[in-house]
Design a protein around this ligand. Structure first.
Ligand SMILES: N[C@@H]1[C@@H](O)[C@H](O)[C@@H](COP(=O)(O)O)O[C@@H]1O
Length: 295
């Protein structure tokens, strides 16, 4: 079994631990209600940042923006910046945290506190039990999001049960054979849609795209055809399933919690990698974290 498969399968246990931490002293550096917050990361961590910002803003706990760490706008007055970084070594994240020192409170959520992020951030939340051997992130990302979701009071045991169901259910053959995937989300699930698309690319070299669901009708639907799959995270906009099915594409809209639905995509990505003879632990052109020369 690959590391990626083992790590994917361990998510329910990791989510339980993260939810327990959310109310404890480990989480004390996380934002409090009413603060204006920016959430940053790179790659998978950026997409989890988008999901967290969407959840926080949507629940009325304060203005929340998400940025790729390289695109953080200068001159904005945030009360706190939350950085997500599994490795604690990603150059853009460290550069940003160092730049904000002394002007903005920062906190990093990481799997490895022995890395430069410890010195760069004011506060640290350590999820070492969710660290991974894989290049492709699965359980660190979803565990970090579960911690943040629980800290907002938006996690329940039902989410973990849904993840267990997602790990147990058979994967339909049509999904293994699909030629192209479009992942859609609304609000916080837009980040999940982007992460689903990235996972399928990284692990299985599948052709994928992702959009806010209401944007799909504004052009992207033109490539929808028989053999393609459109996968919606969460509640679909009215009329969109019918419109997509009319193109001949397969419409997928699970009934599980959207974060558990992401576990289905992770499994699908690993199964498609296996079917293509790819090793998901050795993805093409990728490294575990990107550390730029001279940084
Ligand atoms: N290939 C990895 C990605 O899988 C990862 O999501 C990203 C962020 O890494 P980290 O969360 O360690 O900052 O770095 C690299 O690009």
């Amino acid at each position: 079994m690959s590391y990626a498969e083992t790590e994917t399968a361990s998510q329910p246990a990791c989510w339980r631990r993260a939810a327990d931490l959310a109310g404890g002293p480990e989480a004390v550096a996380l934002p409090v209600a009413g603060e204006r917050v920016a959430v940053v990361g790179c790659g998978t961590s950026f997409y989890m940042a988008q999901a967290y910002a969407g959840l926080r803003e949507g629940s009325g706990q304060g203005e929340s923006d998400a940025f790729a760490a390289s695109e953080f706008p200068s001159g904005r007055g945030y009360d706190r910046v939350v950085a997500l970084t599994r490795s604690g070594t990603t150059t853009e994240v460290l550069e940003l945290l160092n730049r904000l020192r002394g002007t903005t409170r920062t906190v990093a959520v990481t799997a490895d506190p022995r890395t430069p992020v410890r010195a760069a951030a004011d506060g640290l939340v350590v999820l070492d039990f969710a660290d991974e051997r894989s290049v492709v992130q699965t359980r660190f990302a979803t565990t970090a999001l579960t911690l943040l979701r629980a800290h907002l009071g938006l996690h329940s045991d039902a989410v973990v049960a849904d993840a267990e169901a997602a790990l147990a259910e058979p994967l339909p053959d049509e999904l293994l054979r699909s030629t192209q995937f479009s992942f859609l989300g609304r609000g916080w699930t837009v980040g999940l849609a982007h992460e689903a698309a990235l996972k399928m690319k990284e692990a299985s070299l599948s052709w994928t795209e992702s959009y806010p669901a209401m944007e799909y009708r504004h052009g992207p639907i033109s490539i929808s055809t028989a053999g393609t799959t459109t996968w919606m995270f969460g509640e679909a906009p009215e009329g969109l399933p019918e419109q997509v099915r009319a193109t001949g594409a397969r419409w997928v809209n699970g009934s599980l919690d959207p974060l558990a639905d992401l576990v289905r995509v992770q499994r699908l990505a690993l199964a498609r990698a296996a079917a293509r003879g790819l090793d998901p632990d050795l993805p093409r052109h990728l490294s575990r974290s990107v550390v730029l020369d001279g940084a």
